[in-house]
Design a protein around this ligand. Sequence first.
Ligand code: MAN
Length: 348
Amino acid sequence: MKVRRCRENPIIGPKDIKPSREGFEVVGVFNTAVARLGDEVLLLLRVAERPVGGDANTVLAAIYDTAKGDTILKEFSRNSSDNDFSDPRLIISGGRTYLSSISHLRLARSRDGVHFEIDAEPALAGSNEYETFGLEDARISFLSGTYYIDYVAVSPNGVTTCLASTRDFERFERLGVIFCPENKDVAIFPRKINGKYYALHRPVSSLFATSDIWLAESDDLICWGNHRYIMGPRAGKWDELKVGAGAVPFETEQGWLEIYHGADRANRYCLGAVLLDAEKPWEIIARSAEPVLEPQADYETQGFFGNVVFTCGLLFEDNILKIYYGVADTAVCYAEIELRDVIAALAE
Ligand code: MAN
């Protein structure tokens, strides 16, 4: 696959982001949504932060407290056998799972799509019982004049997907939980198909340890039904462990093109392509045998959680996929791939 990685990659890193409050440090900025507004490219970045101040004995984590209406700190002892820090993303303590960082969504603007001005304050941050562990991995779908933002809301109640809307990226309206636990990687199609809204989503079955892509339909973007299984991992391949929707699907002459992510048993995340029928998006026309983008550059293989490329959005312009993607749960990168190369890969 001919991938043109931006020479300035990573285009946004933790050092470019002002922490949302004193005493916090930004540990990652990644998995960004993208939209066009006028002649600007807008990103809704996932910014992951943690409190400064842990030491050899103690790990600190931040949690949004609904009763206090503020973020509080929780301490975990490194010396307790009850605490497990083996996955850098998680803290398992007394049988309960916490996140090692708390994420919010931050707006960034650019005219050239590569150099961004980043807001000093969050656009959307934890503020209710579904968001106490943060907001993650937004996707933006532009539907009849309104930008719909779906994002992962994390709390002890589970990993849910919520919806918000905006027309100007200044005022946001929260529209509540649209997919209950455990469900993330929701990508809403950017137009109605035969009178219905459609979304790809990724429910997880803990009993069978499955993480597959499903399709749902809706009349109002809030209530989703008629769920259909679309596709799952493929044994022995780069997407053998789990798959999830990545970017918002876009239309080509051949059908809807979806750039999704897949992980293998070593938790190496790559991007692949799947082509869905234009009128019946539950029908797969073709799926790429090999990844279209895989962790190869240093900034993709090394970082907070290495060997990860992960997209929540791209711009499809002039027959080019302009992909914004998170690397190693650490930074934001940009790459371009010609549509014809993706179509060729689907035919292999
Ligand atoms: C996974 C990863 C993390 C994320 C949690 C909760 O462990 O994607 O980055 O924080 O899920 O969504």
